[in-house]
Design a protein around this ligand. Structure first.
Ligand code: HEM
Length: 490
């Protein structure tokens, strides 16, 4: 197949998937299709349920975590043998608080005392955040924003002992994880990220047009300290701080955007967030196999290397199903995602850089920050999708280091065509194919979600800030990124 015809084929395939999940004929189609085994995807899992439902992921989460723990222990034991094992193990031990996805403690009763005020404030502010019906009137929105921020500032200044918080953060910087355990650090990072996004509230036109924001000191000082700990320099939250860390160790969703609104809205919000956490849960065997295949190749054990690369291909299927099974109207309602979910994760503000005087604008969260895709791209020998500057803003340092080491030891380009090399090469090609199908389907599905009406807002994605004047131009702009990445995935 020529690259052009393959490209067209994948685009059509992506559109067919999207049509299947969005057509009113879905129940009929499901009945027909369920007679056949579709080996590549778990696409139809969960479709028998009617309406929007929450996933029953907690049991699966617990058993998968136990399995992951064994895998992580194996890699930890190998950390003296190879830098790729040590860099992954360091990521898990430090940022992950000994686990992956990172352990994030949201039980504020077990947090250091001076931090509990932040959680109390979350509980008080969360119900005030969403509006039943977004207003199109700038004056009404201006007043709402003013009242919301005024209350936020009051609570922060009344309840937070900033000097105590600073002492605690200094203790963490000095490695005193006994007084500030890493899992509580992660939970607190997520809580401050939530507060900053809630305060900036970029869900209506008026707030989207703000060029910069003076956040209260109680949300600036801890944020700067923790961003520096994670090796990041953005004012906005990121995929780790707001999504992956927003689940407790049992898999429960912690800090909410749409408290008190309909089940449809709340479940769409949670299902969306859950993809990012689940991708990391299901990503653990992939990270471990990446490490093990590199080690096997380095010691010349190609049989074992082949097994590990084959495992990656196999593990990619359930992982991508987490996306395929959720990013459709029955799980994440299109009618609510843009207004009620995505807006909260966006960020378009910035500040003047004191060194060069230039205006620096930060973007919010995007799937492009997900570790799994960056690690896979590195393993396949592809160039990173995100430029270095954007990575340094949104992808924690230890994750960047892991991907860099994977790229350094990626061996796909050294394989010959014959024998075991040829077999390993074939597995790599299958991994690439799965990624291409994902990228093609993602292109189609993203467009469907982004074109929903949200008259209270200007075109904006969470990851690319404010876009062009009208939606068609904005979509063209975004499509260039997605098409470009699809073409690079070879
Ligand atoms: C309906 C929800 C979503 C929409 C509308 C959307 C939209 C987009 C857009 C417009 C881009 C290209 C611009 C950019 O880099 O930011 C992008 C990139 C990307 N998105 Fe999403 N996204 C959604 C959900 C997700 C989810 C759930 C994941 C995976 C867990 C994901 C993974 C990615 C990745 C990895 C990229 C980088 C390009 C690539 O590697 O193909 N996205 N997304």
């Amino acid at each position: 197949m020529t690259p052009l015809s393959e490209f067209i084929f994948l685009s059509v395939l992506g559109s067919i998937f999207t049509l299947i999940v969005s057509t009113p004929w879905r129940p009929w189609l499901m009945k027909r299709l369920s007679q056949y085994t579709i080996p590549s995807f778990n696409l139809f899992k969960g479709f028998t349920r009617s309406g929007i439902v929450f996933s029953d992921s907690t049991n699966t989460h617990n058993s998968t975590c136990a399995f992951n723990k064994q895998k992580l222990d194996i890699i930890h034991d190998l950390s003296d043998c190879h830098e790729v094992a040590s860099s992954f193990s360091t990521l898990v031990q430090q940022d992950g608080a000994g686990c992956w996805p990172p352990r994030s403690n949201h039980n504020e009763k077990t947090w250091p005392a001076c931090l509990q005020a932040y959680k109390d404030i979350y509980h008080e502010m969360a119900p005030l955040l969403p509006a039943e019906n977004a207003s199109l009137d700038d004056n009404i929105n201006e007043r709402r924003i003013f009242e919301f921020r005024t209350r936020f500032v009051q609570l922060l200044s009344q309840k937070v002992d900033l000097a105590e918080v600073q002492r605690l953060l200094h203790a963490a910087d000095a490695g005193r994880w006994d007084v500030f355990p890493r899992d509580a650090y992660n939970g607190f990072y997520c809580c401050v990220a939530w507060c900053r996004h809630a305060y900036s509230i970029p869900v209506v036109r008026l707030a989207q047009l703000e060029k910069s924001i003076a956040l209260p000191m109680e949300l600036v000082m801890p944020w700067n300290s923790m961003q520096s700990h994670f090796g990041l320099d953005s004012e906005s939250g990121n995929n780790m701080s707001n999504l992956v860390l927003n689940f407790n160790p049992a898999g429960g969703y912690a800090l909410k955007i749409n408290t008190g609104l309909s089940t449809l809205i709340q479940s769409s919000e949670e299902e969306f967030a859950r993809i990012f956490q689940e991708v990391e849960v299901l990503g653990v065997p992939i990270y471990c196999s990446i490490v093990e295949s590199i080690l096997a190749y380095a010691r010349g054990d190609k049989e074992s290397c082949l097994e590990h690369v084959r495992d990656i291909k196999g593990q990619l299927r359930p992982l991508l199903s987490s996306y395929y099974d959720r990013v459709h109207d029955a799980k994440i309602a299109r009618s609510v995602w843009l207004s009620r979910v995505q807006g909260f994760y966006a960020w378009g503000m910035g500040h003047q850089n004191i060194t060069n005087g230039e205006w620096e604008k930060f973007d919010g969260l995007s799937g492009n920050q997900v570790l799994l895709f960056q690690a896979l791209d590195a393993f396949l020998g592809l160039e990173a999708y995100l430029p270095r500057l954007i990575q340094e803003r949104n992808v924690p340092l230890l994750q960047r280091r892991f991907c860099k080491v994977v790229k350094k030891h990626a061996f796909r380009g050294q394989l010959a065509d014959e024998g075991l090399d040829g077999k390993i090469k074939k597995e790599f090609e299958d991994i690439v194919k799965r990624l291409r199908v994902f990228r093609s389907a993602h292109r189609t599905r993203a467009k469907v979600y982004l074109t929903q009406p949200a008259p209270e807002r200007l075109p904006m994605t969470a990851g690319k800030s404010l876009l062009k004047e009208d939606m068609d131009q904005s979509l063209l702009f975004l499509d260039q990124f997605m098409v470009g990445r699809l073409q690079q995935t070879v």
